[in-house]
Design a protein around this ligand. Structure first.
Ligand code: ZN
Length: 321
């Protein structure tokens, strides 16, 4: 285990216990920096310890992550995201998706004439996107691999919160982006109503894999230090937020932690936790009843600018920072 500290403030800045939680039988604590409000897991698993919390099929050794009906929905969400991104550009360009998963987003962008590159942490996960004909580098993103300031777009979809050294990755992304290029980030919002209601049972807390929990304010501060300016902030995500509410409420009702997610995920049978038929039916029936109220709740929190996850688009204003 290793201690973590705030990314924005000097070492020694006071951080107080924010959420006490557990995962896999281990206790974990999230601390909140009293100066800037950034929340981080400390102490946290280091190196090989961290890997034990990512089962081999966490991101899917299966090419499909979810059961087939939901795969179509996931494709629809990725297509919508691609359309939102495209609005920032007059023509196609060159894109890098850090933590590209099975490459769905890049494949859609490629069809629009973009030159696409991806990165994944392990060779197994990289092979899934490679199968679609997208070049994927393995391991942390390396700035030597590409010419400096050669990308028009770099994306980090639900990735930044997993990174033990996010400042290193953001520095590399800054080095690889063209001036005026766009860096798009989506991540859970620790200042959201969902986080406040869910506390240790919040679906997007995901200990100990989520190492830093941002808010629009802390992320904008971090990105400003690299020379970026916020162009657009979205508080509504049909892809992430209503489901986050459903699962958080089921967790708070005392159902098996993230049980619905386990049922919906296309996990290999050997890893599927044993949920009785009764528990499965209870999860699915309650979820069906909660879905519409949760969509409305997500719309409401978005209007209040307290989105449960948020999507931020930053443009690189200066290469000198
Ligand atoms: Zn701080």
């Amino acid at each position: 285990m290793e201690k973590a500290s705030c990314l924005l403030c000097p070492r020694g800045t006071e951080a107080k216990l924010h959420i006490r939680t557990h995962s896999g039988g281990y206790p974990f604590s999230y601390l909140k920096c009293q100066e800037c409000g950034l929340v981080f897991l400390s102490p946290r698993p280091d190196g090989k310890e961290a890997l034990q919390f990512y089962p081999q099929d966490y991101y899917g050794e299966n090419p499909r992550k979810f059961r087939s009906g939901l795969e179509a929905l996931r494709l629809f969400f990725a297509w919508n995201r691609m359309r939102r991104v495209r609005k920032f550009f007059a023509s196609s360009g060159k894109a890098l998706d850090i933590g590209c998963g099975e490459g769905t987003f890049l494949r859609l962008l490629q069809k629009e004439g973009w030159e696409c590159h991806g990165s994944e942490l392990t060779a197994e996960s990289a092979s899934r996107a490679s199968r679609l004909g997208i070049p994927v580098s393995v391991g942390p993103i390396d700035e030597q691999r590409f010419p400096p300031h050669s990308f028009d777009l770099i994306t980090l979809w639900q990735v930044l919160e997993h990174l033990p050294e996010p400042m290193k990755t953001l520095a590399t992304a800054t080095h690889l982006l063209k001036k005026g290029g766009i860096l798009a980030i989506s991540t859970p919002n620790i200042e959201s109503l969902q986080a406040k209601v869910g506390k240790s049972r919040w679906f997007h807390l995901d200990p100990p894999r989520h190492l830093y929990l941002y808010s629009p304010r802390t992320l904008e501060q971090i990105m400003g230090s690299f020379g970026f300016r916020l162009q657009k902030l979205r508080h509504f995500s049909l892809e992430q937020n209503p489901y986050g509410w459903v699962q958080t409420l089921l967790n708070l009702m005392g159902l098996p932690e993230n049980g619905l997610y386990t049922i919906l995920k296309n996990m290999p049978a050997r890893r599927r936790p044993t949920l009785s038929r009764y528990q499965q039916a209870k999860n699915l029936l309650l979820a069906a009843g909660l879905l519409l109220p949760c969509i409305l709740l997500s719309l409401k929190t978005a209007l209040l600018k307290k989105g449960d996850t948020f999507e931020a688009y930053f443009s690189l204003e200066s290469l000198e920072v």
